[in-house]
Structure formats: C-alpha cells, structure tokens
Design a protein around this ligand. Structure first.
Ligand code: TMP
Length: 209
C-alpha cells in the first residue's frame, strides 16, 4: 500500500479551500488514491458540536485564549476519531484548515503565544502535523468580497472581524510559509479553480503514481 499522506489547506476567508479540497480528492481518486475530505473546526461529531460554540454568537463571546482551548479540544477529537484512523487505514486525509489556522487567527491575529498553541497541540493531538500544507493565497479585499457574497448576513464570528484582523491572518500565513518551506506551498488562489487544483497536484508530483 502507498504511504498515506496528511494534507491541509489553509488561507483566509473566501480562498476556495473547501471547493479545492473536494476537487483535489476527485483528482487523487482518478489516480487511484483514496482520500478523506474533512474540515476544522469540526470533522468529527464532538468537534462539530464545539464548532457550533465557536462560530455562533457575538464576536466577543470568547477570548482568543478560550478560542485556542476550544479549537485544541475540537482538534484532539477530530485527530483521534477521524484523522489518525484514516491514515492508519492507508487513506490520504485532506483537511480544510488545521493547526496553522489556530496559529494565524488566535496566535498572530489574536495575540496568543505560538508556543502555547503548539503546547496545546502537543497535549491534545500528539503534535500531529500535516505532511504538506497548501496556503491558498488571495489578496485580503478579494477574499472578504468572496466571503461576503457567499455568507451574506450569515457571516460567522470570524468573518465579521475587521480588516486589520484579516490582514494579520494573511501576514501570518506568509510568515509560516517562509519559515517552513518544505511543508508549506503557496498556491495563487486568484487563478481559475482548475488551475488551483493543478498547482496542488504539481506540488504533490513526488508522491503521485
Ligand atoms: P470556515 O469553515 O468558513 O473556514 O470558517 C472557520 C472559521 O474559523 C474561519 O474564520 C477561521 C476560524 N478558525 C480559527 O479561528 N482557528 C482555527 O483553528 C480554525 C480551524 C478556524
């Protein structure tokens, strides 16, 4: 059996991560690779329950510290119940957001120390990191417009935050990509959807049949 791989898709709002996760899974299936598509926060029953707590209500409902704890708890359940079992069964896992979202949103943009976030991740999820992370990069204004068109008045607690917050998130991903060039691949999310999927496939060429 081919080695199972764990991939995450990251980026700001409206970058097309969920669409691209599905498109990439279909492209992998065409190459004989069975991939599970999942998302955070959520992806398991317990984590989806925590997602509802995180996404609904006033922006001030949770502090960045409380959010970091809730995301870590949701992730611990997701890793235990879904991600590790799939990898153990030889399936690839494509996760729409993962630990780098916590490092960007609660860490860089929210002011929580990166070391604290990584310590929670070590405790909750054994520190499991993706083998490769695709950063779907989009100019912040474009992402905000796309997300507003998609979500309308139903925008969640995070999408409703101001420009400075989202600019800090974008800056965070760019810093992570520079710090970990082996794991992070920057993908230009302004390209047409098929070209975005192809760029991810190109970045996986060394693992594909
Ligand atoms: P999404 O499902 O539309 O991507 O929304 C998830 C929101 O939650 C998004 O605004 C980013 C935010 N988020 C965090 O702040 N920290 C995290 O660890 C994760 C996974 C998501």
């Amino acid at each position: 059996m081919r080695d199972a791989r764990f991939l995450s898709l990251e980026g700001g709002e409206g970058a097309g991560k969920s669409t691209q996760a599905r498109a990439l899974a279909a492209a992998l299936a065409a190459r004989g690779i069975d991939a599970v598509v999942t998302r955070e926060p959520g992806g398991s029953e317990g984590a989806e329950a925590i997602r509802a707590l995180l996404m609904q209500g006033e922006a001030t409902r949770w502090s960045a510290q409380s959010e970091a704890l809730l995301f870590a708890a949701a992730r611990a359940d997701h890793v235990e119940k879904v991600i590790r079992p799939a990898l153990a069964a030889g399936q690839w896992v494509l996760c729409d957001r993962y630990i780098d979202s916590t490092r960007a949103y609660q860490g860089v943009a929210g002011g929580v120390d990166d070391a604290a976030i990584l310590a929670l991740h070590a405790f909750g999820s054994g520190g499991l990191l993706p083998d490769r992370t695709f950063w779907l990069a989009l100019p912040e204004e474009l992402g905000a417009t796309r997300a507003a068109t998609r979500d309308g008045v139903a925008a969640d607690r995070f999408a409703r935050r101001g420009r400075d917050f989202h600019a800090a998130v974008a800056d965070a991903f760019s810093r992570f990509a520079a710090a970990e060039p082996q794991r992070f691949h920057r993908i230009d999310a302004t390209l047409p959807p098929e070209a975005v999927t192809q760029a991810m496939l190109d970045a996986l060429a060394d693992w594909l049949p």
